[in-house]
Design a protein around this ligand. Structure first.
Ligand code: ADP
Length: 563
């Protein structure tokens, strides 16, 4: 062996670089040490604080998260225990994100917009040990406890206690025994907790998918997956957050960890603004202005509400610059309004609960900056390119990769260190040949920019051709009298399935089916045109604000096309 050979280090020899585990507690420690006085502002749920606003900073948050970790320890919580929350975006929820995961337990964020039976199912399935609730959700829990007692089938049987996230003065009177007061719990504890070091593959958080089909399924994130995700999502091609950013997550902390913003903001040292339960246009706008918010994130339906409010009152934003919108397709009409009327850069994002959630984000490339605004808007309407660490492919029906030419479309599959391998408590892997099937149908262009054409179960299969329901919805949404639109496939004797367009009109507008269908002229091939239009007062949404097409298909089960 010569000298050079003997210095070659094999992968099995002692590590040459430090083996520091990637842990969530390091995010809050970093923020507290380096951005200690950066503010975290919350609109309170219980109305406490001057004008209903609570202010503190990362140093305080870290201190209180440590008090919480001590309290959990004294309540008998050990590594791997699940601790549920039913809570809005606020500072106490933020403390739970860090206190629970930081001490080695698992924070299970429950979506309060699910049906009560689903909430009970989830809490039982997760075997949650304690439940932390905002005051607004105490009646919900009361009803759940009462139903289970009446049915003498104790649901929520794993729970050892329920903690109300408020102080003694705001504790509600409830028909549940032994409710614990959050502030009492914390005030009894010291803040000298040292965040333990453990294996980075330890589970840190649990989030169930909304269960638009079947029972909700649990996605169990780990410390490692969360830190990888945080690095990727804070980067310039993605959220691009820094200590100069003021970020207001509209997306709830019970919906895939507010898309990771509580972690990303701490890593980046950004000021955080939590809107609490007040998600109406007026309350959000006031907070955006008062706190000089620069960045945000939310699903299209909340932006519909906010845009409506701004337009009705002739308002503009002063500091707000860009927002990520995803969860369902951003209608081009909304993109145009936010970009051109309000000067907000829209970053269209796509992802899933199973993906922590971000897969792609659409930020214009350097080479796009010379294009016309209209050309840029066409690119921005696509769902975007994968962030580093995420890989995408499209497969044909036999699992063979399709070309990335912007035309070929097929089943979208993904892989990444922050993508699910198997659902919680499921022995089977969810992967096919190492990739997770997303249930979405997409094309990818030569720049890697992906466009979702549909969910595989929503595609309309007409005489062997596929029609994208999203494309038809987007066109309908651009009509000035349309507030919201959904397209579903309905059985057709000749074509197998044909599109049915279901529309909610804007208040005080006139619109007939014929006029609306004329609006599609020249925008799509004639054979894709919806065969019928139905007007309804409102459309059903899932617990995460998406169109609930299973319900629409049920509602229109008996529908028959005239021809
Ligand atoms: P749920 O199944 O509970 O609705 P998710 O919130 O995880 O769960 O939803 C993921 C799905 O949402 C994706 O598979 C996709 O169909 C849809 N989706 C998310 N973002 C977009 C987007 N920007 N455009 C179109 N569809 C989207």
């Amino acid at each position: 062996m010569n000298q050079a050979d003997s210095t070659v280090v094999s992968a099995t020899s002692a590590p040459t670089m430090m083996q520091r585990p990637l842990l969530i507690s390091s995010l809050i420690e970093h923020a507290a040490k380096n951005f200690g006085d950066t503010e975290i502002v919350s609109r309170t749920i219980d109305g406490a604080g001057h004008a209903g606003i609570h202010r503190y900073n990362y140093r305080d948050a870290n201190r209180r998260a440590k008090q919480l970790a001590n309290a959990l320890k004294h309540l008998g919580v050990v590594r791997g225990d699940r601790i549920a929350t039913l809570a809005w975006n606020g500072y106490r929820h933020f403390e739970l994100y860090y206190g629970v995961s930081g001490m080695g337990a698992i924070i299970h964020t429950v979506n309060p917009r699910l049906f009560p039976e689903q909430i009970a199912y989830i809490i039982n399935h997760a075997e949650d040990k304690f439940l932390f609730v905002d005051v607004t959700f105490v009646p919900l829990i009361e009803a759940l406890v009462a139903t289970s007692v009446a049915a003498s089938a104790p649901s929520l049987k794993s729970l050892k206690g329920i903690v109300v996230m408020t102080d003694r003065a705001h504790m509600p009177s409830a028909k549940i025994d032994n409710l614990i007061c959050y502030e009492d719990l914390l005030s009894a504890e010291a803040d000298d907790f040292v965040w333990p070091q453990f294996d980075e593959n330890t589970p840190s958080g649990l989030c169930y998918t909304s269960g638009t089909t079947g029972n909700p399924k649990g996605v169990l994130y780990t410390h490692r997956s969360t830190i990888f995700y945080t690095y990727a999502a804070m980067s310039p091609e993605c959220f691009c957050l820094s200590s100069q950013s003021v970020v207001l997550p509209i997306v709830p902390m019970f919906h895939v960890n507010a898309w990771g913003l509580p972690y990303i903001a701490a890593a980046a040292g950004s000021k955080l603004v939590f809107p609490g339960a007040a998600l109406d246009g007026a309350s959000l706008y006031q907070l955006f202005e008062q706190e000089e918010v620069t960045a945000s994130a939310g699903v299209p339906t909340v932006w519909l509400g906010l845009i409506n409010y701004l337009k009705t009152h002739g308002l503009k934003f002063s500091t707000f610059k860009e927002t990520v919108i995803g969860g369902s397709a951003v209608p081009p009409a909304m993109l145009r309004t936010l970009e051109l009327d309000f000067g907000i850069t829209v970053l269209h994002g796509w992802g899933m609960t199973e993906m922590s959630p971000l897969g792609t984000l659409n930020r214009l490339r350097g080479k796009h900056l010379k294009l016309s605004v209209e050309e840029q808007l066409v690119i921005k309407a696509r769902q975007g390119a994968p962030v580093f660490g995420m890989e995408l492919e499209i497969w044909d029906g036999d699992g063979k990769p399709l070309p990335h030419d912007g035309h070929a479309f097929g089943d979208l599959v993904v892989r990444s260190p922050w993508v699910l391998e198997r659902y919680f408590k499921d022995a089977r892997s969810a992967l096919i040949n190492g990739w997770l099937p997303t249930g979405d149908v997409a094309n990818i262009d030569a720049d890697g920019i992906m466009q979702i054409t549909d969910r595989s179960k929503d595609v309309i299969k007409s005489g062997g051709e596929w029609i994208s329901s999203i494309e038809l919805e987007n066109i309908a949404m651009a009509h000035p009298a349309v507030f919201e639109a959904a397209v579903i496939g309905r059985a057709h004797p000749k074509w197998d399935e044909r599109p049915l367009l279901i529309v909610v009109k804007k208040p005080n507008t006139e619109l007939g089916a014929e006029e609306l269908l004329k609006f599609f002229d020249g925008k799509i091939a004639k054979w894709m045109l919806p065969n019928a239009v139905e007007f309804v007062p409102q459309l059903p949404h899932t617990a995460t604000g998406k169109l609930l097409k299973t319900k629409l298909r049920d509602d229109f089960r008996a529908f028959k096309f005239a021809d």
